[in-house]
Ligand binder design. Structure first.
Ligand code: 6R9
Length: 664
């Protein structure tokens, strides 16, 4: 937190402002800044009363809560503690007998373009049947279930089915390695793994089940009693007698009726692992009541959701965005949503635009990294340019995962939104559960590259290293001053790390987001300047530098020492750069590319392809201070290709800098 916060760049002056058009404001749920302000005032006057009102309006309770916020054991806050509910019932059962019952819940488009639709009623039946199958496997309330699935209706059904019986799911992104799956199974103490034989991405059939097998072959996995395998493709996969069942075997004879199990509001709905500043990923634990409340409310507020909307969030269920804005939020809000299995560049880079046209998408929510790569593709190939498609159905655009640069924002605004659709630049995190700061379509004047203001009830502020609030215009540390319902409850199995990571003593009880930010002088708008810890944001995916370092060093036949830093990248936001000292010493220029490839393959195998370093540089040593500390500041400059102007007098071995010039 301390290292870089002083060097946060100052605000680039951004003069362009786009107030909401009359058409956007017409019928908006939160219409005009006065309406926004009224909600903020309500929260400020009576914080608990505000949240209690929303919790009564937006959540169905089987047992109403009488207490709102319990701060007695801060920072282990409790919300609506004596209330009871079921998350799946809040997404499905509550719509039965209403016009939503026979509405399409999911329009699924497979990698090969095949479209399948499911209504809310059908979803309820499928989730119930799957929940019964889980029960038959002995899975019960409080158990943990690992889900390692492709983007499919079945993945969403599996998550909802866990929620229905009160089991805590932990979804592992389908691009992660066997080692990552193993670590999560052991840390969570999972009793069941739900996976798929293969996944289809960009026309390729990629294995998933064999990765689960590899993970389960390692020690510490005795907790896993059963593995359920979705047959995504007809290709056979290894099945272990007595442990593994296909979905068809597991579902056979199971009833499509299953009563949802009521759980306490604080019951852990899910644990989602994310990178932190140490080598070990953190299991971010979320509650049921507060989480569902904010998932549903933000779905309605941020996207100004209307009954006729066709919503499309392009995230994967392996990330928090997929949890909140695919599996839970849209269903809780009764929306029709598009779910996409594939990748934006297959069969070509117009796939997103074609899908918006085909499904008449009205709200489109994606990541800056996707936008940047599609800009690049459209620039070099007319045929995939969005101008060839009818995007007139669009009403609202969204951005999430990393800061969106003003150039990409303008392109998105003009070429996708036809200068008609507001862009909601939503800032939030795995830990926050749902949106924290975002413009509201019918209220907030937009400024490219800014997530504008905190949602009503969210007390975002910028402070210095001692927790004192800074005036607009000065960069600092982003905090949330008061607890909010959808916040992280703890790190699974590590309450001490939770306290230390998010509520450091210096910050006077505020939640430390881990990002730097600055507020504009005129409007007080927030602009996120990037992580202030050892976490990189590569294509919107969080990667811990320590995690990659530990992985490189674990290749002990080759690597003696490694340091990983980020550098800006036009396409991926940040790129991973590894500085490596080999046991054999510096490789020859002929050898270096081969060793670099071997190291990349190793990282892909150990963590996942998204963690592969883009640049690898070799030296006889790393630049260190006389006391032996790696000078990361210098490594960051080298990674950027800058000439070293910093003071290197404390450096033990200045000659090393010359060796680190070539990237492989
Ligand atoms: C939802 C999600 C969280 C980190 C966060 C920040 C970055 C996310 C952003 C943004 C600028 C936005 N981030 N949204 N930065 N503007 N609109 O991405 O969760 O994977 O946990 O990442 O992503 O750095 O701290 P997660």
């Amino acid at each position: 937190m301390t290292a870089q916060s002083g060097s946060i760049e100052s605000v680039l002056v951004e003069n362009r402002v786009f107030p909401p058009s009359e058409a956007t404001m017409e019928g908006a749920r939160i219409k005009g800044m006065e309406a926004y302000q009224a909600l903020c005032d309500e929260a400020e006057k009576d914080y608990e009363g505000f949240w209690a009102r929303l919790a009564r309006e937006n959540v169905v309770w089987t047992k109403p809560f009488t207490k709102v916020l319990d701060e007695s054991n801060a920072p282990f806050y409790k919300w609506f503690e004596d209330g009871e509910l079921n998350a799946s019932a809040n997404c499905l059962d509550k719509h039965m007998g209403t016009p939503v019952e026979n509405k399409t819940a999911i329009i699924f488009e497979a990698d090969d373009g095949k479209v399948t639709k499911v209504t809310y009623k059908e979803m309820l039946e499928r989730v119930s049947q799957f929940a019964n199958a889980l029960k038959a496997e002995g899975v019960k309330k409080g158990d943990r279930v690992i889900i390692y699935m492709p983007m499919t209706i079945e993945g969403i059904v599996a998550m909802q089915a866990c929620a229905r019986i009160g089991a805590t799911h932990s979804v592992v992104f389908g691009g992660f390695s066997a080692k990552a799956v193993h670590e999560r199974i052991v840390d969570a103490g999972a009793v069941c793994v739900i996976t798929s034989n293969y996944q289809m991405r960009g026309g390729k059939e990629l294995p998933l089940k064999s990765i689960v097998d590899e993970a389960l072959a390692e020690g510490g996995t005795e907790c896993v009693k059963s593995v359920l395998v979705f047959e995504r493709t007809p290709t056979a996969c290894n099945m272990v007698e007595g442990r593994d069942k296909t979905f068809s075997q597991a579902l056979e004879g199971q009833s499509t009726v299953c009563d949802p199990v009521p759980v306490g509001a604080e019951h852990p709905l899910f644990v989602l692992y994310t990178s932190g500043s140490t080598g070990k990923p953190k299991g971010v634990q979320h509650s049921t009541g507060g989480y569902i409340l904010w998932a549903n409310t933000t779905m309605q507020w941020t996207f100004d959701l209307r009954p006729e909307d066709i919503f499309w969030c392009t995230a994967d269920i392996g990330w928090v965005t997929g949890h909140t804005y695919i599996t839970y939020g849209p269903l809780a809000a009764g929306a029709t949503q598009v779910v996409f299995e594939g990748v934006p560049t297959y069969p070509d880079a117009s796939r997103f635009w074609k899908m918006i046209q085909d499904h008449k998408v009205t709200i489109f929510y994606t990541a800056p990294t996707a936008i940047r790569s599609l800009i690049k593709a459209a620039d070099s190939n007319e045929a995939v340019h969005p101008k060839n498609f009818d995007l007139s159905s669009l009403r609202i655009l969204g951005s999430v995962g990393e800061p969106i640069n003003p150039e990409a924002w303008m392109w998105y605004y003009k070429n996708i939104g036809g200068e008609r659709c507001p862009i909601v630049d939503t800032f939030w995190q795995t830990e926050t559960g749902a949106h924290m700061m975002t413009p509201l379509p019918g209220a907030t004047p937009l400024v490219p590259g800014s997530c504008t203001l905190a949602l009503p009830g969210i007390t975002a502020a910028i402070v210095d290293e001692t927790g004192n609030e800074l005036p607009n215009g000065s960069g600092g540390i982003l905090v949330i001053k008061r607890p909010w319902p959808s916040m992280i409850r703890t790190i699974w199995g590590d309450p001490e790390r939770f306290k230390k990571s998010y509520f450091p003593e210096e910050l006077q009880g505020a939640y430390l987001a881990g990002d730097g930010a600055v507020r504009s002088e005129d409007r007080g708008y927030f602009r996120i300047t990037g992580r202030i810890d050892d976490v990189l944001n590569v294509s919107g995916h969080r990667m811990g530098t320590m995690e990659i370092e530990s992985c490189l060093v674990a290749k002990s036949d080759l690597v003696a020492e490694a340091a990983v830093v980020g550098r800006p990248d036009d396409l991926t936001g940040e790129a991973i750069c590894a500085f490596v000292v080999l046991k054999q010493g510096r490789p020859s220029p002929e050898e270096a590319p081969k060793i670099a490839k071997a190291l990349r393959d190793w990282v892909a195998h150990e963590i996942g392809p998204i963690a592969k370093p883009k640049d690898i540089r070799f030296g006889d040593n790393l630049p260190k201070t006389r006391s032996g500390k790696i000078m990361r500041r210098l490594l960051r400059s080298l990674a950027k290709g800058e000439s070293i102007t910093q003071d290197t007098s404390t450096l033990e071995n200045p000659a090393i800098l010359d060796q680190l010039g070539d990237a492989y």
